[in-house]
Ligand binder design. Structure first.
Ligand code: G6P
Length: 488
């Protein structure tokens, strides 16, 4: 039966692992996209979620027909998929949007890049075709993230009757970084996005970057920012140049809006109070031994700035020796994108720096940093409950849900040290201790101030942080986009 509401994302709600005994076990993937969408779609049972098979085990799940109801996994050719996901989405688009390039050496757009870009277009096309096949007449399609930036344009050509939205869970690149892409590739990317009726970002900052980057004349089309007088709606008017230079096609308007994804307090607190989390909490309490805690939880991800966070902690212990033996830094840095050498090397550097700090300051009964590189959600929730200080210092981050989750779950109230690079900064800045993510000394000072914050003030700030963090829970975030797309 054709669907009225469809979601497309690279990652599905679950991915599979194949055991030695040939059984498939399912696991929830990390990152804000899956947590937000899973929560929202749990209350939209009629929606269809189209995702990619990420691994051989996922392909096997497709062959065995065991995927959950409401999910269609696309079995894309593995080489095409690897080029699209690792080669373009994670190595080019992620680095561009997060400004991660080591510019004297990167990026390099050569013949291999062109091959990968073709694979990226083919992988996007597979999604566009599946959506075109599954969507009912006039259905709403909500496409997610940088993996699928070409889908809106491709889908509009296949099915002009559909209402199409795209939501970006990352930042959008500044114009300077966007302009590093080859002109034709940048044009295809922007044009693909402008195939949507509505583009969503977490904050106005990323929307503004998109509009600034789309405002140009180039080989693919022209786009102009449009700020209708007196209307809070913003967007881009655009029309495409004919290939033979004979003029332009009809003008279309793509709206650009912000939907600041938040967390669902009841769901999260229920998750955080399961017996498995209580057990992990008891184990952590034993390790921490009554000392204060500084908690961080991230994928081991370059943009999360884990290394500078550790350097700041080291500086704290050097500049304020009074904290030695009185604080423990609980750092969960669970593995991510380990197919990429740069991520493996980063994970290794995190481990090594933590070991150095432990070797420098540790004593027989005090280990200053406890690093966990396991994907252990229950342990992370236990650490949230125990947090006196939360450290969230990304260099650039679409939203950062951890900054919103910790204040909701922490038991005694936590002081949030938050970087101005996080999308969450816009909503949480007033009650956080805010830092420039590159300024290690300022981060060390903020940690010191956070540890010294009186309990009463900490609790009051935490209440306000939790209120801001839960302002737009996933279900509302999703239905707000759906209603806007339906013109309601
Ligand atoms: C970010 C992205 C998501 C992605 C997640 C985890 O949150 O916005 O699209 O799913 O990271 O990354 P992965 O590559 O493991 O899906």
């Amino acid at each position: 039966m054709a669907s009225q509401v469809l979601v497309a994302a690279n990652r599905g709600p679950l991915s599979y692992q194949l055991g030695e005994d040939d059984t498939l076990t399912a696991r929830r993937g990390g990152g804000g996209l899956v947590s937000g969408l899973s929560a929202a779609l749990a209350r939209q049972p009629e929606a269809l979620w189209i995702c990619a098979a990420l691994s051989e085990a996922d392909r096997e799940a497709v062959r065995r027909g065991v995927c959950e109801p409401g999910v269609r996994m696309l079995d894309i050719d593995p080489t095409t998929y690897d080029d699209a996901y690792n080669g373009i989405a994670n190595s080019v688009l992620w680095f561009t949007h997060h400004h991660l390039y080591d510019v004297p050496r990167e990026p390099v757009f050569d013949a291999r890049f062109r091959q990968q870009w073709d694979s990226y277009a083919a992988y996007n096309r597979a999604f566009a075709e599946a959506l075109a096949e599954e969507a009912a007449e006039g259905a709403c399609v909500l496409v997610q993230d940088y993996h699928l930036a070409l889908v809106p344009g491709q889908l509009r050509e296949l099915r002009p009757d559909l209402r199409i939205a795209h939501f970006t869970h990352t930042p959008w690149a500044s114009r300077e970084f966007l302009d590093m892409l080859p002109d034709d590739v940048r044009g295809q990317l922007v044009w693909g996005m402008l195939g949507a009726d509505q583009l969503g970002f977490h904050t106005w900052r990323w929307s503004a970057e998109f509009i600034a980057g789309a405002d140009r004349d180039d080989a693919v089309g022209i786009a102009q920012p449009h700020l209708p007088g007196g209307s809070p709606e913003r967007g881009v008017w655009h029309h495409r140049a004919a290939a033979d230079g004979s003029g332009y096609g009809p003008r279309r308007f793509t709206e650009v809006r912000q939907y600041a994804l938040g967390v669902d307090a009841d769901d999260l607190r229920a998750l955080a109070h399961r017996p498995v989390v209580d057990d992990k909490l008891a184990a952590l309490r034993a390790d921490v031994g009554g000392r204060a805690t500084i908690v961080r939880v991230d994928r081991t991800e370059l943009s999360k700035n884990i290394l500078r966070g550790l350097l700041a902690y080291r500086e704290l212990l050097t500049a304020h020796p009074e904290w030695r033996d009185r604080v423990v830094h609980l750092a969960s840095a669970y593995p991510s994108r380990q197919d990429l050498e740069v991520y493996r090397a980063y994970t290794q550097s995190v481990r090594e720096l933590a070991q150095e700090i432990n070797a420098e300051f540790g004593t027989a009964d005090w280990q200053p940093v406890l690093v966990s590189v396991e994907d252990d959600f229950a342990r992370s929730l236990a650490a949230y409950r125990l947090a006196d200080v939360a450290l969230v210092n990304p260099v650039r981050d679409g939203m950062n849900l951890v900054a919103k989750e910790i204040p909701v779950v922490s038991e005694a109230g936590c002081a949030l040290v938050l970087s101005s690079g996080a999308g969450a900064y816009e909503e949480l800045r007033e009650d956080a201790l805010t830092v420039n993510p590159y300024d290690v000394s300022a981060t060390a000072q903020a940690l010191h101030a956070a540890l010294l914050m009186p309990a009463g003030e900490r609790l009051e700030r935490t209440k306000r942080l939790a209120a801001a963090a839960t302002a737009l829970p996933p279900t509302d975030w999703f239905t707000a986009q759906l209603s806007a797309l339906r013109g309601e």
